[in-house]
Design a protein around this ligand. Structure first.
Ligand code: DX5
Ligand code: ZN
Length: 216
């Protein structure tokens, strides 16, 4: 199984982002959390920042939109050069149409689900998406504790992907550490977002430790 480690720059030093990106060159993608203070009660940054990050990052960008009206805003992030653009199903008016638009632009299309959102309505439509993000905390803040009660949903999604013979990446985001990553991997995740676990120490070492924890 391919394991991807995507550090979240939400936990990085915002005054030194280019330098911080240089410290995670052993990562697979860099996770970029966009919050609008409406869909979630927190605010980060937007398109102009992502345009610059895409120019200087040594690894591709994995954009996570925690915003209202992604139907309107998500294509701009794909045009800015993000490798993947993930939007929340709770916020999108027409997720399938938006995913098709993102793919047309050349990005991977991701569907994100808050902990309380069911995946069942989407299980027959998984082929429309390149990745599904099962949130393992309530979106909005880094440094929260992993919610194991989201694992049955991840497991059902993984089973549906397998049964349909699809290549849909299964991502988890929130509270991923060396202690929790194995739980998510066992339930079927292959793509792991980690913010505080990576940036609280030496990022290259933390990334290696997360990889080792999945392998073990
Ligand atoms: C939370 C964000 C996460 C956050 C994860 O809403 O979507 O990407 O950065 O942070 P940690 O790994 O610290 O839980
Ligand atoms: Zn995120």
């Amino acid at each position: 199984m391919t394991t991807r480690i995507n550090p979240s720059i939400l936990a990085a030093d915002f005054a030194n982002l280019e330098h911080e990106l240089g410290r995670i060159s052993s990562a697979d993608l860099v996770h970029v959390d966009i919050m609008d203070n409406h869909f979630v009660p927190n605010l980060t940054f937007g398109l102009p920042m992502v345009e610059r990050l895409a120019q200087v990052s040594p690894v591709p960008l994995d954009v996570h939109l925690m915003i209202d009206d992604p139907d309107r805003w998500a294509p701009g992030y794909a045009e800015a050069g993000a490798a993947s653009v993930t939007f929340h199903v709770e916020a999108a008016a027409d997720p399938v149409r938006l995913a098709r638009r993102l793919r047309e632009i050349g990005a991977r299309a991701g569907l994100a689900l808050k902990p309380g959102t069911e995946v069942e309505p989407w299980l027959d439509l998984l082929g429309e998406f390149d990745q599904v993000l099962v949130m393992t905390v309530e979106p909005g803040f880094g440094g929260q504790s992993f919610m194991p009660e989201t694992m049955p949903k991840l497991r059902r999604t993984a089973e549906a992907v397998r049964a349909a013979g699809l290549d849909v990446w299964l991502q988890v985001d929130g509270g991923i550490t060396v202690d929790t990553i194995g739980i998510a991997a066992e339930a079927g995740a292959d793509t792991f977002v980690a913010g505080s676990a990576v940036f609280r120490g030496q990022p290259a070492e933390q990334i290696a430790a997360l990889r080792a924890a999945v392998a073990g």
